[in-house]
Design a binder for this molecule. Structure first.
Ligand SMILES: Cc1ncc(COP(=O)(O)O)c(C=O)c1O
Length: 373
């Protein structure tokens, strides 16, 4: 038999302390082994209803259109722009990291005229600066922000920007890929119109789904488009007809992932949102303290550090690639390297969902202590 044609695959049980994916609860794996059923089977439709209802809970929203796109977080980002942008629309985006930059690319590929509000990586963007840009561009249709910038570990305050967008009828798009399930995301209270996330970070589910919620105001904007949405797969009108009461076939439901998300959300509500956020905060603080104790420097601006993702500058003389591969190969621990200009200089250490446990902090710090002379 040819070498590539046989044999079992046994991926190692890693401690996933990178920027995601995070570890998956055994109950989620068990849920995934349930039998596959059809995309219009009443049982899968009931499962989807439960997912929508629980997602409304984590997003803190009453939005009817709250569903999970059958693709990773990047698809949530694409959905947020391809549905609402028509050629030439002005979109203002706050940029102080890799994923916000990606957002500008996605918006501009959707046909938008993008205005970037830049800030140095590692700093939050002053909401006043974003509001100033929106005032300078009163024709702006959308304002986009990343809540948790995974490249820098910064948490972006959103409320002031959301309040301004609400007053001016601007659609407020928020990337909550890193934060949802680990930090509060108050879609309705913060005036967010479109908010997307991904399954594999603080929701503790394998990658492959992108939860999204869309306000009635955004759905009205969508319905009044002059041009059809370019993407069939990500067309929210069609998705809403499948997830809503009409139940019109749109694509084949990835049943195993839906079972997984349903179970992951149930686990979240069993723990309680407040308790979960507190766990991320307390252990995130502990990780930061321990890493500083080893000579790492915190990269993100004080007061705006994410609990679930800590970006640290490496101590002098530490070899990025060698140390991370030793962590992986000798200790089964994954941590993330830097993105963009931070490559080789910064690590991104995640404590997301199921991985957010004191024992994993001990594993990482213990392993590092052995390596640092
Ligand atoms: C803030 C942010 N947005 C978007 C993405 C893209 O999500 P995905 O990798 O699930 O496509 C990521 C991935 O790490 C992210 O951290």
């Amino acid at each position: 038999m040819e070498k590539w044609m046989g044999g079992d695959m046994h991926p190692s049980y890693r401690i996933l302390m990178g920027p995601g994916p995070s570890n998956v609860h055994y109950r989620v794996y068990q849920a995934m082994s349930n039998p596959i059923i059809g995309y219009l089977d009443p049982q899968i439709l009931a499962c989807m209803d439960e997912i929508s209802e629980m997602l409304r809970g984590v997003f803190h929203t009453k939005n009817q259109v709250t569903l999970a796109i059958s693709a990773t977080g990047s698809a949530g980002m694409e959905t947020s722009y391809v549905n609402f942008v028509e050629p030439g629309d002005v979109v203002v985006i706050g940029v102080s990291g890799f994923f916000a930059d990606r957002m500008t690319q996605v918006a501009s590929r959707s046909g938008a005229n993008v205005i970037r509000v830049e800030e140095e990586w590692g700093k939050m963007i002053d909401p006043e600066k974003v509001i100033k840009a929106l005032k300078e561009h009163p024709e702006a249709k959308i304002c986009g922000m990343v809540h948790g910038e995974t490249s820098t570990g910064v948490r972006q305050p959103l409320e002031e920007i959301g309040a301004y967008c609400k007053k001016k009828d601007i659609l407020f798009v928020v990337d909550a890929v890193t934060t949802l399930g680990g930090y509060e995301v108050k879609v309705d209270d913060w005036g967010i119109d479109v908010c997307y996330a991904s399954s594999q970070k603080c929701l503790g589910v394998p990658p492959g789904l992108s939860p999204i919620t869309v306000s009635p105001k955004a759905m009205d904007v969508l319905r009044s488009r002059k041009t059809p949405v370019q993407s069939f797969y990500l067309d929210l009108t069609l998705l809403a007809k499948y997830w809503g009461t009409e139940r019109v076939y749109h694509h084949t439901a990835p049943a195993s992932l839906f079972y997984a998300l349903r179970e992951g959300l149930q686990i979240i509500f069993e723990e309680g949102l407040e308790a979960r956020f507190q766990r991320h905060q307390t252990l995130g603080d502990r990780l930061k303290m321990d890493l500083e104790g080893l000579g790492f420097k915190l990269f993100a601006q004080e007061g705006y550090r994410l609990p679930m993702l800590t970006a640290v500058v490496l101590p002098d003389g530490m070899d990025d690639v060698k140390t991370r591969s030793r962590l992986l190969n000798e200790h089964n621990i994954e941590v993330g390297g830097g993105l963009g200009y931070l490559k080789g200089k910064v690590w991104r250490v995640g404590l997301m969902g199921e991985t957010c446990k004191l024992r994993y902090i001990h594993c990482l710090i213990g392993a590092l202590r052995e390596m640092i002379p």
